[in-house]
Each structure stands twice: as structure tokens, then as C-alpha cells.
Design a protein. Structure first.
Lengths: 154, 425
């Protein structure tokens, strides 16, 4: 394996701050911590891309990947539940199905987080420009603020 | 498609489209395809969670132009469908014609299929509040959206497609305060209303779709073309020395200009100012002249506006049962009448402070005379003709980028994980 140094320049500062805090707390070396993060992160990354022609995710059988992920994600899911941040939590009655699951016939685009750096970059540039020009009006918000929310069925 | 770095920055969204490259950021991430969204449900009196699919529509007078990311790959799909509607009639043997029904409507045809019908009907043109209230226009709009979804690899499903829509409307209907009240009133009946669309294809296969606009973000049509020229895939402005950018959008119905001033700062990105205005009729003026000349030759042929536009574009008409070239008539009309369109350009051509970008279906139609005039007056590097593969749909493509921005902003407010498309493979 190559022992070439790996540049950390493009890692968001907040991520490095988390890493440093965890090293201080656990007395793990930075290298060990990042090694673990790489393993966990790649398991998550494997779910973000469409399956290959054999139905594998990141070269892994989906069932195997799911088992491996469970061990890594259970603590994260606990935290999301505890703080009410689990996606879709609180918007359905017990047993109620989502109104629109992603279309099952589509190659499922899996949920994933957006890296903080990129989100901010995208937003600051175009988003600020549009605000400056007075564009980007949300019709839903406009109607909500006017307390009008029409809904009818065909 | 070759691009000139003097006029299209190699990092711009437009350059990526011209090169037909996957639409991923520099870090390899794909654009948003769907986002979690909470829509209001009046029956339960609360918001319900759903997944909304991003889509953009440039609501042109001559044609529907739509843009959406492909369902499985990081490529943008676009569709242009002629604004034509005709009640369907029963056909005999042979392949049928794709036939539509929206909710309980009459069966109907759209686009080129409708142009073949004996009873083609003119849909309203003009401002948004003139067009959207027309029930036939709404049916046409939903049918076009299904065609767009199909071309992007989406399939009919029992599940509803909730759409997060960027909606291009005439520039004069949008101001710093948002859309005017007439547009707002015209959009309300479309918003958050489920429509069921039944599509019967040429082989008689029936599929049913359900669509709902859970969000509508109106934007000025012509500004849409500036967006892919100016921004990179990461959403940052390109590094340009241009300070005055003028989009000249020659559409079928209207000819618009959109001037964006880039005020460069000592630090940070340039500040933008935008002003858009209607210059004149679009190529419809030429189409009507073609119609009159054809009628002078063949008194029995009475073309509607949309049929005349189609003759202008295809350079053929159905005469005495035969698809006949009317190239000579069209060449005469373009030579005589295009001067009127081009007269409006003289001022812009002479004002050498602006960089000119020509786009819209009309810029393709008038390409030869337009290019000759511009090359005579302007130096290379001071103007751009958007490649013809993109010129007719660039406003919609810009709308799709604007949908990305709005969606990301919304997600940041909600602070929820995103549903991303796959990155390049």
C-alpha cells in the first residue's frame, strides 16, 4: 500500500474539528480515527450510487452491506430519533405509508447528506445573486403566508 | 459540439452541456434529482411528507420546453413540444397516434401529432393569465410533462409524481417583488392539485400517471439562458471580464432581450443587475407572412398560427396530399421580413459595450441572415450564437439550475438529508 501523504486541504474545517475533538476525547491517534471514518464513510457512500448491473452496491451484496451498515449506523439512528431528526419522523401516523415513496420502478436514488462545503458554496453564489435580483420566489411559501392552501382531487 | 472559450467559459454549465459531459460538481457529486418535501393536505389539515422531483418548464408561446435530470444518469433531458392541441378522432387500422386524457377530459393529441389533425385548435398565446386558465392548455401542459418524464427514464406508476417546478414566464410578469397578482391567480388552480393523465400510445398500450405541483418557482424566461452561461456546476460564477451581457432571445411568439450588468467588486463576486424587455414579435410574424403567400398560391389552404410556424420550421407544407417543399416561399419571406427583426438588432450591434448572446428557436431559423449581419458588425469574441442543439431549450435549462438553487435553499432550512442523483459512473 502506498505510504504517500494524503492531503486534508479539501476536507471541510468543521469535519476536521470533529475529528480533533474525538481524538482528544478518545485518545485515538488522528490516523486511527480517520481510518475508522473512512471505513464507515465508504459503507455510506456505497449506498449513494445506483447498483451495478449485478445489483451490487460498491461491489457488495446489498444484504451484506445492510448488515455491515447497521452496526455503523445504529448509534447515528438513535441520535436522530432522540432529537427528532429522523427523516419522515413525525409526519406519518403509526403504520401509515408515505404519500409518495420514491417511485419503486426507478433505480432508487438513495438518501444521503450533502457535504456542508458544497451546499454553502452553491447557495452563496447563485442563491445570493438571485436574492439580489429578487428572483427565486416560492409559490408554496407565498400561498402559505397568505393562508391559502388549495388542494383538490381529480 | 465545439465551444470557443472566448465566448463560453470552459467551466460553465453551458460548456458541460455542449460537451455532453455528466452533470456533476468538481467533487463528483450529482445534481439534486428529488428532495424531501412537506406539502399541505387540506383533507387532513396538516402537512404530509413527500418526495418532490425537480423539473423546469419554459412556458413558451410556440412550444413547451422542459428540462429534467435523467432518472438514472447524471445527464439533463430536454423536450420541446409544439403548442398544438387537437381533439382525438377514431383511427382505422395501422399504428395509432399517442392519445391523452387528463382527468375526465376529451381524448386529445398534442404537438406534431395534433398538427396532422383536421381539427387543430389554437391555444391561447400571450401572458400567463391569458393561457393558464384555458382548460385545454392545462391538459396540454400535463401531457407534455409526462412526455418529459418518459424521455428522462421515469415510468408510469400508481404513485403520484410530486413536482418541484421552475416555471418560466414572460419577463415582464416578474419583478423584484415577485410575480404580479394576475399570474398568482392563474397559478393557484394548478398548484397542489392532483391531475391524472392517461396516455394511450401508438400500439394502444395505456399507462396512467398522476402529477401534482407541490412547489412552483416562477422565473423570467430570458434570464434562464444567462444562468448556464454564467455559472459553473458548483454554482459559482465563471471568471469573466465581461461586464455587460445581453441575451437576445428570438422565440416563436416574442423577441425578448435580457441585459445583465456584472458589477465587479474589489473583493468577492460581481454584483448583478438585470433588466428584461419585450422587443417585438418573434418568428410568428414571418410565419404569418408565409401563410399569406401560401394562401395566395393555394386559396384552399388556410393555416393556423401553429401550423404556419411548423411550415416555417420544416420548410414543407401539405399541398394536394403531398408533403411539398415551400423553400422558395420561405426564403423570400425571410429575406424580406427578417430585416424587420434584424432592424431591432442594429442598436444592440452598434452599442459595442455589450456582449451579445443569441438564443431561442428563432435564432436557429434566422441563423444565416443573422450571423451574416452580426459578423459584419461585430468582432469575434463579442457575441455568441448558442449552439442550435441547445438554443431552443436553454431558457428551460436555466430554469432547472434555478430549481436546484431553490431546492437546496429549502433543504438547508429544513436541515434534512437530501435525495441525490447518482454521481458520474
Amino acid at each position: 500500500m502506498s505510504s504517500a501523504p494524503i492531503s486534508l486541504r479539501n476536507i471541510p474545517p468543521t469535519a476536521l474539528h470533529i475529528a480533533q475533538s474525538l481524538c482528544n476525547q478518545t485518545h485515538l491517534s488522528m490516523a486511527d480515527l480517520l481510518r475508522q471514518a473512512l471505513v464507515s464513510g465508504l459503507l455510506v457512500e456505497a449506498t449513494r450510487f445506483a447498483p451495478d448491473q449485478e445489483g451490487k452496491l460498491g461491489g457488495q451484496d446489498p444484504a451484506v452491506l445492510a448488515r455491515a451498515l447497521r452496526r455503523h449506523l445504529s448509534s447515528a439512528i438513535d441520535l436522530l430519533i432522540q432529537y427528532g431528526e429522523l427523516p419522515y419522523q413525525g409526519t406519518r401516523e403509526p403504520g401509515e405509508k408515505s404519500r409518495q415513496e420514491p417511485n419503486p420502478r426507478m433505480e432508487h436514488p438513495a438518501a444521503s447528506g450533502l457535504s456542508e462545503g458544497q451546499q454553502a458554496l452553491f447557495e452563496r453564489a447563485i442563491g445570493d445573486d438571485l436574492e439580489m435580483l429578487g428572483l427565486g420566489m416560492s409559490f408554496a411559501e407565498t400561498l402559505e403566508s397568505a393562508e391559502v392552501s388549495p388542494e383538490s382531487s381529480a | 459540439m465545439l465551444t470557443d472559450p472566448m465566448t463560453i467559459h470552459p467551466s460553465s454549465f453551458l460548456a458541460r452541456l455542449c460537451q455532453q459531459e455528466p452533470l456533476t460538481t468538481t467533487s463528483g457529486q450529482a445534481l439534486l434529482r428529488q428532495i424531501p418535501f412537506q406539502r399541505w393536505e387540506s383533507s387532513s389539515g396538516r402537512k404530509v411528507q413527500t418526495t418532490a422531483t425537480l423539473v423546469a418548464v419554459d412556458n413558451g408561446n410556440d412550444a413547451f420546453k422542459g428540462a429534467i435530470l435523467h432518472a438514472h444518469s447524471p445527464h439533463l433531458c430536454t423536450r420541446r413540444i409544439v403548442t398544438a392541441y387537437a381533439p382525438a378522432r377514431r383511427l382505422g387500422t395501422g399504428d395509432g397516434i399517442t392519445t391523452w386524457q387528463v382527468n375526465d377530459s376529451e381524448p386529445f393529441w398534442i404537438g406534431d401529432d395534433a398538427l396532422q389533425a383536421a381539427r387543430i385548435e389554437s391555444l391561447p398565446i400571450g401572458m400567463t393569465h391569458d393561457r393558464l386558465p384555458d382548460e385545454r392548455y392545462r391538459r396540454y401542459l400535463f401531457a407534455c410533462l409526462v412526455e418529459l418524464l418518459l424521455s428522462a427514464g421515469y415510468e408510469a406508476s400508481e404513485a403520484e409524481y410530486d413536482l418541484y417546478l421552475s416555471f418560466g414566464i414572460p419577463n415582464e410578469e416578474v419583478s423584484r417583488l415577485g410575480v404580479n397578482d394576475a399570474v398568482r391567480q392563474a397559478l393557484i388552480p394548478l398548484f397542489n392539485t392532483r391531475s391524472t393523465i392517461r396516455r394511450t400510445d401508438e400500439q394502444g398500450q395505456i399507462t396512467t400517471w398522476a402529477l401534482r405541483f407541490v412547489e412552483v418557482n416562477p422565473y423570467p424566461q430570458t434570464f434562464g439562458s444567462f444562468v448556464p452561461w454564467y455559472y459553473t456546476m458548483d454554482g459559482t460564477p465563471v471568471d469573466t471580464s465581461i461586464v455587460k451581457h445581453l441575451t437576445l432571445d428570438i422565440g416563436g411568439g416574442q423577441f425578448h432581450q435580457c441585459e445583465v450588468t456584472l458589477q465587479h467588486q474589489a473583493q468577492g463576486k460581481p454584483k448583478l443587475r438585470m433588466a428584461a424587455s419585450l422587443i417585438d414579435d418573434g418568428t410568428i410574424a414571418l410565419a404569418r407572412e408565409v401563410r399569406e403567400r401560401i394562401r395566395a398560391h393555394y386559396p384552399g389552404i388556410r393555416l393556423s398560427d401553429v401550423e404556419a410556424q411548423q411550415v416555417l420550421v420544416s420548410r414543407h407544407a401539405i399541398i394536394e396530399g403531398r408533403r411539398t417543399s415551400v423553400e422558395s416561399i420561405i426564403a423570400e419571406v425571410i429575406a424580406a421580413r427578417s430585416q424587420n427583426v434584424l432592424t431591432h438588432l442594429r442598436h444592440q450591434l452598434q452599442d459595442e459595450r455589450s456582449f451579445l448572446m443569441f438564443t431561442g428557436g428563432g435564432s436557429i431559423l434566422l441563423a444565416s441572415s443573422l450571423e451574416a449581419l452580426v459578423r459584419m458588425k461585430r468582432r469575434p469574441g463579442s457575441f455568441l450564437f448558442v449552439p442550435k442543439e441547445l438554443a431552443a431549450v436553454l431558457n428551460a435549462i436555466g430554469g432547472y439550475i434555478l430549481a436546484q438553487v431553490a431546492a437546496q435553499k429549502q433543504l438547508e432550512r429544513l436541515s434534512v438529508p437530501l435525495t441525490r442523483g447518482e454521481a458520474s459512473r
